[in-house]
Design a protein. Structure first.
Length: 674
């Protein structure tokens, strides 16, 4: 084989085969080793085949795993005493590690094409000093990162599989089934990763998936199930991760060593379009430098807009002013976007894959002598970068900023670039207003719901884990009032009592023009005297109408003419009497839109027990003959198309059946779809 080297200019083969084929002493000008961070010490002879080597790898990803070798410290001490860096000739060191120690220069490749920016930003921020430049130009089709918290999840031994987290596995499999049924995910490939390699979670997940969706669908979706090692060097459109460990475990081992961070880095960067994280452990339960805590913390805040970072990247006051105007209209420009050797002041990604390149031509950076160079640069980027340019002249912007920005808005409209919804998600895990035996589940239900609602800002109101009392509910109300600073908001509970402050805030903005639509199996119109249970969640609407516990009354009360009951089917005698006396509108969903009086805005309260328990039963007080998820979505869309939305609340979810999680996985995003 050595004699054929000169006949073929480029040879491509695996490391082990190259060592075997050219063992006789073949010599090349250059040897290039890709994925060298996965090549173990047995790959070192490949470097002897050439005078120069290019070694490509990533020391932040999983390295070699030669567990069968055992400890080699004694052998190193006995036989490699005079070899430089002898201690690194061990089963964990890679060919890339050895190359880094000996290379005079190291080049960091920063351009990233696989993941949408929100996914790869986690790895960039924690493992690559923020230097990764995502180059995906298409607009994400799905919320990039979703988290599902399962408070009842626990690691347990299951015959035939070993240690598994059944709750996480059931919820994950239900989500996969929902994805397979959803036309929006047609053709999307799937991956499932267990973050605990020593558990039986991966095998258990594969078993459940085979039962749930079948082998044909598994093959069609190229569905792969394994741990982070399985996915090293691989990728899928949608990846679902199970953390396995739980707050309910007697002990949770720390993921603070470098090898664990590498494992999380790989798992978090395998998804091209969407990453789901199923977890039974909170970030606050883990050490601050635990790799899983970093991922959960990032996932909980991924939609928050870091305006300060964008402003810091801008290179002039002119650029900062343009950035603020784009943000004010709901757009999310990428500042100082790099394509090859070129940088663009701002880029907005269009849904068809093109990029709107916004250049700020100020005197400092784009004087007359630079114009010809700028035009050559623009021509290159239009050809190879799929860019559509619009230029803002600094001299015009200084005199008439609105006129200078007009071509930008026009280009944005031509490219059908839509603003990101300005939506604040308020998570309130209050359970003390409920009379349900499983009321504590409402806290984890709020966390799950919050993860499903698309939004650009998330606020979690801390709720003390104390026994129910009016005094506690009053303290909670004060905390919620402080958090409701920018209506409209999406409020997720928790019990229905979390709605007092958001509706109060909406009423302060819209006054008599506000109409509250109460989607609920119950009217929640009791008073402390008429309530048989004494639970506040059965008095919330009556309190908003000015007749409830004094400590929980709103600053301004609704009028009965501002309330519409929708889907209500379980009324106490006192509630029926009150409805009759006040004339509150009470209709089914089919008649809802026509029944609403003239309104300047609507607030939509959704208690999930409005749904039929045959279809969704994870609530504390289910009532038969409810509505279907499709009917609820249709009713909400009809209202939001007709009236401005003053706010929306979703409450009373007590996580239970895995099939109910699948219902929510489809229902909640559908409520907010354009």
């Amino acid at each position: 084989m050595e004699s054929a080297v000169e006949a073929v200019p480029v040879w491509v083969m695996s490391v082990d085969r190259a060592i075997e084929q050219f063992a006789g002493g073949a010599h090349f000008d250059v040897v290039i080793v890709d994925e060298a961070s996965q090549a173990d010490l047995f790959s070192l002879p490949i470097l002897s085949l050439a005078e120069r080597a290019v070694v490509v790898g990533d020391d932040q990803q999983i390295g070699p795993q030669l567990g069968f070798v055992g400890s080699v410290a004694g052998l190193i001490h006995s036989h490699l005493g005079d070899v430089p860096s002898a201690e690194h000739f061990d089963p964990e060191s890679s060919l890339y590690d050895h190359a880094v120690r000996r290379s005079p220069e190291r080049i960091l490749l920063t351009e990233h094409f696989r993941c949408v920016p929100q996914i790869i930003e986690f790895s960039s921020r924690h493992y690559y000093d923020g230097k990764i430049m995502p180059l995906r130009a298409d607009r994400p089709s799905f919320a990039p990162i979703r988290t599902v918290f399962l408070a009842d999840g626990v690691r347990q031994s299951l015959s035939g599989f070993g240690d598994v987290n059944v709750a996480e596995a059931s919820a994950l499999v239900a989500q996969v089934a929902a994805i397979v049924r959803d036309p929006a995910y047609a053709g999307k490939t799937l991956g499932v990763i267990s973050l605990l390699s020593t558990s039986g979670q991966a095998g258990y997940l594969l078993h459940l998936l085979r039962e749930e969706i079948g082998e044909d669908e598994i093959q069609a979706r190229r569905l792969r199930v394994g741990d982070a090692y399985t996915f090293q060097g691989d990728e899928r459109d949608v990846v679902l991760v199970s953390m396995v460990v739980s707050d309910n475990d007697s002990r949770v081992a720390a993921f603070t060593k470098r090898e664990y961070h590498r494992r999380i880095n790989v798992a978090a960067s395998r998804a091209r379009d969407q990453l789901w994280i199923f977890h039974s452990v909170r970030a606050s339960s883990l050490l601050a430098d635990d790799a899983r805590a970093l991922l959960l913390t990032y996932a909980s805040n991924v939609f928050d807009v870091d305006l300060n970072k964008g402003l810091a990247l801008a290179e002039s006051d002119f650029e900062r002013d343009v950035f603020k105007r784009l943000i004010a209209r709901g757009f999310r420009p990428v500042p100082q976007f790099r394509i090859g050797a070129y940088r663009i002041d701002f880029v907005l990604n269009a849904p068809d894959g093109r990029r709107l390149a916004i250049e700020c031509d100020g005197d400092t950076y784009h004087g007359p002598e630079q114009w010809e160079s700028d035009m050559r640069r623009q021509a290159v980027l239009e050809r190879v970068g799929n860019c559509v340019f619009v230029r803002i002249r600094g001299s015009i912007f200084a005199r008439e900023p609105d006129a200078a920005m007009r071509p930008v808005w026009q280009r944005i409209e031509e490219l059908a670039i839509a603003p990101v919804p300005r939506r604040t998600v308020l998570e309130i895990g209050q359970w003390q207003g409920s009379g349900s035996a499983d009321a504590r589940r409402l806290a984890s239900g709020a966390a799950e719901l919050a993860a499903l609602v698309p939004g650009d800002k998330r606020v979690r109101v801390p709720i003390p884990d104390e026994p129910p009392s009016i005094e506690l509910l009053a303290r909670n109300l004060a905390a919620i009032r402080s958090a409701v600073t920018d209506p409209p908001v999406v409020t997720v509970g928790g019990d229905c009592g979390v709605e007092v402050a958001p509706i109060e805030a909406a009423l302060a903005v819209h006054g008599d023009g506000l109409v509250v639509v109460w989607f609920d199996a119950h009217a929640d119109l009791n008073t402390p005297d008429s309530s048989s249970s004494g639970a506040f969640h059965g008095m919330v609407l009556r309190t908003l109408l000015g007749d409830g516990p004094a400590a929980l009354l709103p600053t301004r009360a609704l009028r009965p003419s501002q309330v519409v009951l929708a889907g209500v089917r379980a009324l106490d005698p006192a509630e029926k009497e009150y409805i009759s006396e006040t004339g509150i509108i009470h209709v089914g969903l089919a008649e809802l839109s026509a029944a609403i009086p003239a309104a300047t805005a609507v607030y939509l309260h959704i208690d999930l027990d409005v749904l039929d328990p045959e279809l969704f039963a994870s609530v504390g007080a289910p009532e038969p003959d409810g509505v279907t998820p499709a009917q609820l979505v249709a009713a909400v869309r009809a209202l939001t198309e007709k009236f401005p939305l003053a706010g929306l609340g979703i409450t009373e979810y007590e996580p239970g059946r895995a099939s109910d999680r699948a219902v929510l996985a489809e229902l909640i995003p559908a409520l907010f779809s354009d």
